[in-house]
Design a protein around this ligand. Structure first.
Ligand SMILES: NC(=O)c1ccc[n+]([C@@H]2O[C@H](COP(=O)([O-])OP(=O)(O)OC[C@H]3O[C@@H](n4cnc5c(N)ncnc54)[C@H](OP(=O)(O)O)[C@@H]3O)[C@@H](O)[C@H]2O)c1
Length: 208
């Protein structure tokens, strides 16, 4: 089944992913705190085919929802409303936007959420530039981290549809996607990414 994709945040990342998902034949519902002609124009131009709706309609219409809002705005969300969907967390704490000492993600403390962390380690313009059909040589890899195997598999299918080789990882590798980790901002093929994961696991064993 091709789950319908909801996107919260019609900014740079949200509209770039919406474009790729529409191109892949997914139904896409996108919502933003901004409403009115400017955001309508942005969505119609960058992500034609995605439906700009209110947050409630986006949530009710989607099986999975990409969080594409500033990290510090996660604190504004009523997370209970997101418990019925698989959440795709692409948010990064960014110095210029979120300050020097951001709090821990509220997603971590909220039981009942099904969270897959992915689509955060490449810039939005790289997502657009690097997306390729399955089977392309040296296709760009995209890491996904979650301990919820079913949710991770569903999001991996989306990532593949968007144009990337999914590399599914459990929570032990979460640090690798962060801004000081080895994947951030780097175009890696699946084999390169999995070699980095294996090397880090070997290093863990040696440290023990
Ligand atoms: N840009 C990238 O290349 C990139 C790549 C990977 C990950 N990320 C991460 O993705 C997230 C979005 O980045 P971005 O560059 O796309 O940001 P952006 O261009 O500023 O877009 C974010 C959008 O979300 C809106 N928004 C804020 N709070 C909201 C809420 N509670 N509900 C609905 N919409 C809300 C913002 O409106 P206002 O401006 O009015 O607040 C803005 O329109 C960030 O966490 C970032 O770290 C970005």
């Amino acid at each position: 089944m091709s789950e319908r994709l909801g996107i919260l945040g019609a900014g740079r990342l949200g509209t770039a992913v919406a474009r790729l998902a529409v191109d892949a034949g997914r139904e896409v519902f996108i919502a933003d705190v901004r409403t009115g002609p400017m955001v309508e124009l942005v969505v119609a131009t960058i992500a034609a085919g995605a439906r700009l709706v209110g947050v409630d309609e986006m949530l009710a219409s989607s099986e999975m929802v990409l969080l594409a809002i500033p990290y510090s705005r996660l604190a504004d969300l009523d997370l209970a409303a997101f418990e019925r969907v698989v959440l795709i967390d692409a948010t990064n704490a960014w110095l210029e936007v979120d300050g020097a000492d951001p709090p821990a993600s509220p997603l971590k403390g909220h039981k009942g959420l099904r969270v897959v962390r992915t689509l955060n380690h490449l810039a939005y313009e790289d997502l657009t530039a690097y997306a390729e059909p399955a089977g392309a040589p040296f296709r760009t890899a995209m890491a996904l981290v979650s301990d919820d195997v079913a949710a991770r598999a569903a999001v991996a299918a989306l990532v593949d549809d968007l144009g990337f080789d999914p590399v599914e990882l459990d929570g032990r590798s979460a640090w690798m996607l962060e801004s000081n980790g080895p994947f951030f901002g780097r175009r890696l093929a699946r084999e390169e990414m999995t070699s980095l994961v294996s090397a880090s696991r070997r290093a863990d064993r040696l440290t023990w």
